[in-house]
Design a protein around this ligand. Structure first.
Ligand SMILES: Nc1ncnc2c1ncn2[C@@H]1O[C@H](COP(=O)(O)OP(=O)(O)OP(=O)(O)O)[C@@H](O)[C@H]1O
Ligand SMILES: [Mg+2]
Length: 229
C-alpha cells in the first residue's frame, strides 16, 4: 500500500455549524494505481489532495504514506517524507521566478539532504522530463516569460524529477489543450506502469478516460464512479 486515507474529514468554521470541506473519505492507492477524482468547484478536491500530501491537517481521520502515519510524524519528518517520496503538482502557480525552467525542475534535487545529493545534479533526467512535456526548447527561460500551460508543464516535470512513489496532481491539465492533455496523461500512465501511484484531480470529466479508478467528489463526499456523472 502506498497511500492510505481512512475516514478523513476536514471542517472549517463557517457560520454557526462547522462546514465540511471533506466528509468521511476513505481511499487507498497501491503501486501502479492511477486514480482520478472529478467534481465541481468548491467540492473539496484541493483540500483532499492537500491532506493527502500532508500539507493540510485533517479534523478527523488518518493518512499513511508508505506505512507512515502523518499524525505521528514531526514537521521535519513529514517535510522530508514529502520532498523525497512525493511529487506534488499544486493547482496554482508554483515555480520560483528567479530560477530558469531547468533550475526549477532541478529544485527537488537541491532540497535533498546533503547525504542524498550524491554526484552531479541530474541535468540529463531534468532535460528528458522537459522534453517529455515539450518544454526542453524553453529550458533557459524564466517563468515570467512562459504561458500558463507552459508553467504547468514545467511544474509537472519538476514533480517527477526524483521518480517519486506517489504523484499528487491538482488539475494538472486545467490550462492545457487537448493535445498536451493527452501527452501528460500518457506520461502519467507510463509512470503508473513503472510502479508509482497517481492521485489526479480535475474539474472536467476528460480524465475519466485515463487511469484505472475514477471517483466523484461532491460537497466533500467521495463516491466511486465508472463514468463521468
Ligand atoms: N482555508 C480555508 N478556510 C475556510 N474554507 C476553506 C479553506 N480552504 C477551502 N475552503 C472551502 O472548502 C471548500 C472546498 O475547497 P477546495 O479548494 O478544496 O475546492 P475544490 O474542489 O478544489 O475547488 P476548485 O475546483 O475551484 O479548485 C470550498 O467551499 C472552500 O471555500
Ligand atoms: Mg481546487
Amino acid at each position: 500500500m502506498i497511500l492510505e486515507i481512512c475516514t478523513l474529514s476536514k471542517t472549517y468554521p463557517r457560520g454557526r455549524a462547522p462546514f465540511f470541506a471533506v466528509r468521511d473519505v476513505s481511499l487507498s492507492l497501491d503501486a501502479g494505481d492511477f486514480v482520478c477524482i472529478a467534481g465541481p468547484s468548491g467540492s473539496g478536491k484541493s483540500t483532499l489532495l492537500g491532506i493527502a500530501a500532508g500539507l493540510i491537517s485533517p479534523t478527523h481521520g488518518r493518512v499513511c504514506f508508505q506505512g507512515q502515519d502523518y499524525g505521528r510524524l514531526s514537521d521535519d519528518a513529514l517535510s522530508a517524507l514529502r520532498n523525497q517520496g512525493m511529487g506534488y503538482i499544486m493547482q496554482g502557480p508554483s515555480l520560483l521566478p528567479n530560477f530558469t525552467v531547468l533550475q526549477n525542475v532541478l529544485l527537488p534535487y537541491y532540497v535533498l539532504p546533503r547525504g542524498r545529493r550524491t554526484g552531479a545534479a541530474p541535468v540529463a533526467r531534468a532535460s528528458l522530463l522537459l522534453e517529455q512535456v515539450g518544454m526542453l526548447p524553453l529550458a533557459s527561460q524564466y517563468p515570467a516569460e512562459l504561458s500558463g500551460g507552459e508553467l504547468r508543464r514545467v511544474a509537472i516535470a519538476r514533480a517527477l524529477l526524483l521518480a517519486p512513489g506517489l504523484v499528487i496532481a491538482d488539475e494538472p491539465t486545467g490550462d492545457l489543450d487537448e493535445g498536451h492533455t493527452e501527452e501528460i496523461m500518457r506520461l502519467f500512465s507510463g509512470i503508473a506502469r513503472e510502479g508509482a501511484a497517481l492521485l489526479v484531480v480535475t474539474h472536467d470529466a476528460s480524465p475519466f478516460r485515463y487511469g484505472n479508478r475514477s471517483y466523484y467528489l461532491e460537497a466533500g463526499v467521495l463516491t466511486a464512479s465508472s463514468s463521468p456523472p
